[in-house]
Design a protein around this ligand. Structure first.
Ligand code: PLP
Length: 360
């Protein structure tokens, strides 16, 4: 098998050790003679898996009993609608901080549902190249909640601190940096993430919701769209994405073995520093996000021109470094260096970038 390093933004790299374990267990799960992908979601084998996955998440992120942990479908994008459907409050505005595509899309869904929006911060003015003045943001205390996006996968910016919201529940899209760094869950009302960036395969959406917010869920919402349905049934109201939950369990086992999120964060800091330091000093590549806001997960950079960017992506692929094309909305190049991308992959990328710059 040829060695490839995967810098895809999502679906993205998964830990090699986990992939091998899943392969080994695929056709014969723990000697039962068939695969877990073929098992009922009501079976004891799967029950053990979903419970272990939840317990692992609670351990890794320090999630208290004040929160429910839900394994849903529909992606982070469905949460853009489900959140206002469930926890908006009649007569109260919803606050948003617009730091790029994903917060814009969330705002759009809230608007479709008829919510009034208070835009607390708009990064459009600086082309979403930074998130500034967070400590000075004043959050009106009558907002239903404040929605932010922790890490902007497309623009490569990341909150280095979170806004203080007082009594207003903070709702956070952590799709592209969940479990990459230590976060105090108690500061949030609701955290959600599509699994396919940092914690698993596509098809699974994680929601961590503070239980008191469930009192807001209005009558008249369809059953599948109510958080309360999934809380009561422990994410087993209907068939959940069983294989994706199995993978999340393995990935969370792997993280625990590695030393937890604290250890993971150190590795991630090192990987990001390696790449940014090279880009900054290269005199050839140019990082697109401001230093103070740049993401440790998605490193966005430009080459001297678009022609060279195309050539770079193509030659990198030939060298076994895949997924380096920037998002179509912004162009350029992007290296997504999620938890599962090893330090060696980043080292290899830097070497390749050096060679490419020397040649071109
Ligand atoms: C990818 C991404 C989304 C969209 O996720 P889907 O699961 O495809 O709906 C939302 N928010 C952020 C921050 C993302 O990176």
């Amino acid at each position: 098998m040829k060695e490839v390093f995967n810098f895809n933004a999502g679906p993205a790299a998964l830990p090699a050790a986990v992939m091998r374990q899943a392969q080994a267990e695929f056709v014969d799960y723990k000697g039962c003679g068939y695969g877990i992908i073929e098992e009922s979601h009501r079976a004891p084998q799967f029950d053990e898996i979903i419970q272990a996955a939840e317990a692992n998440l609670r351990t890794l992120m320090g999630i208290s009993e004040e929160y429910d942990v839900l394994f849903l479908q529909g992606g982070a994008s469905l949460q853009f609608a489900m959140i206002p459907m469930n926890i908006a409050l009649p007569g109260h505005k919803i606050g948003f901080c617009n730091t790029g595509e994903w917060s814009s899309k969330a705002m759009k869904e809230a608007s479709i549902l008829g919510a009034e929006i208070e835009l607390l911060y708009d990064g459009a003015a600086n082309g979403f190249s930074r998130i500034e003045g967070i400590e000075a943001w004043e959050v009106p205390q009558n907002l239903a909640y404040l929605h932010i996006c922790a890490n902007n996968t497309i623009y490569g910016t990341q909150y280095k601190q979170f806004p203080k919201t007082g009594q207003v529940p903070l709702v956070c899209d952590m799709s592209s940096d969940i479990m990459s760094r230590q976060v105090d869950v108690n500061k949030f009302g609701l955290i959600f993430a599509g699994a396919q960036k940092n914690i698993g395969p596509a098809g699974l959406t994680l929601v961590i919701i503070r239980k008191d917010l469930l009192q807001r869920v209005p009558e008249g919402l369809p059953t599948m769209l109510r958080y309360t349905t999934h809380c009561k049934s422990k994410s087993l109201f209907n068939t959940p994405p069983t294989f994706a939950i199995y993978m999340l369990r393995l990935i969370s086992d792997w993280l625990i073995e590695l030393g937890g999120i604290e250890a993971m964060q150190k590795i991630n800091d090192k990987k990001a520093a390696l790449l940014y330091d090279y880009v900054d000093g290269s005199g050839y590549y140019r990082g697109t996000a401001d230093k103070a806001s740049r993401s440790n997960m998605n490193v966005c950079f430009r080459l001297p021109n678009e022609e060279l960017e195309k050539q770079f992506v193509k030659e990198a692929k030939e060298a076994g470094l895949i997924g380096l094309k920037g998002h179509r909305a912004v162009g350029g190049c992007r290296a997504s260096i999620y938890n599962a991308v090893p330090q060696k992959g980043v080292e290899r990328l830097v070497e390749f970038m050096q060679q490419f710059a020397a040649k071109n």
